[in-house]
Design a protein around this ligand. Sequence first.
Ligand code: ATP
Length: 345
Amino acid sequence: MAVVETRALTKVFKEGEVGAVNDVNLQTREGEFLVFLGPSGSGKTTLLRMIAGLEQPTRGEILIGGSVVNHLTPRERRIAMVFQSYALYPHLSVYKNIAFPLKAQGVKKELHRQKVEWAAELLGIERLLDRKPRQLSGGERQRVALARAIVREPTVFLLDEPLSNLDAKLRASAREELELFHKRIGTTTIYVTHDQVEAMAMGDRVMVLHQGYVRQIGTPTEVYDHPSDTFVATFLGSPPMNLLENGEAIVGFRPEHLQPVELVPQAATTFRLRVKNKEYLGAEWILYGIVSGGKFDGRELISRLGSAASHQTDQTYDFGVGEQDLHFFDRQTEKRTGAKVLAWR
Ligand code: ATP
């Protein structure tokens, strides 16, 4: 039985307008870390808020632990939610912030200390219990918010971009901490982000949303290596997949698969590229090339090269892609097609 399930879940804010969330069918797996990934406005937060009970669905059902919960209040759903802004009570100590939900839940006072200490230890914030939120760093505040969420021993965690207020370095360490924390507690977790790197790094599975529709749900490897449509293909991966239209098909290949032709002995296709620009990123180069000659003359293609690459701007080089690295999509529907379009050039 799925911890969280949705059936044709839909939210239309204004009658006649397109839905913010459309017909979402979802089943979490026991203990998994599931990421909702999509650009701004794709419906991630609305979907999460409906699961939490903070937003009323227009249609469809939400089940938690196998029972329909549409009519239940957020508290009755036994869900813990951590938002972008941690919303700690500024005038209360860390201890009191963490204990707050226990009071609201009517847990006996004698048990408070035990539970708060358990949560604080799990998050490594035992020595901060007497401080006020303003005396904490961003990362520490996040841990307090998580501790406050886990004292309730929820059946599911909902996290809405909890790391977005942190700077890049802190974000990376907070991400790792959150992963370790999830491994320790093993509670099913849904995590919202628009950051594809974060999604790939953290998710057991990633659900890609676009305009309120689920485009794909799968492991990071599945969504990256077998994107179900051109949206997923270009949203995941930076720089994005190269796409070229060819008759009824769109052919795609990732920048790391467009390599100097001498490195691709059995290239299915080759391009002569004039280097327009290149960026050095330390461990790699990103090369922007313009196709010179042939059917795709003038189109820009992006290649990701090892740090030893020595291509010069305005020079021309031959690049190739292996057959196994080509993706084919239907030009009308933009969906992945099983059929390979042979002789596509
Ligand atoms: P972001 O990453 O920017 O937070 P999101 O993917 O979480 O975006 P939502 O906040 O779920 O997206 O919004 C989905 C759509 O619903 C957007 O078009 C938004 O404008 C609309 N929307 C959200 N809340 C409301 C509301 N209360 N009233 C009307 N429209 C809303």
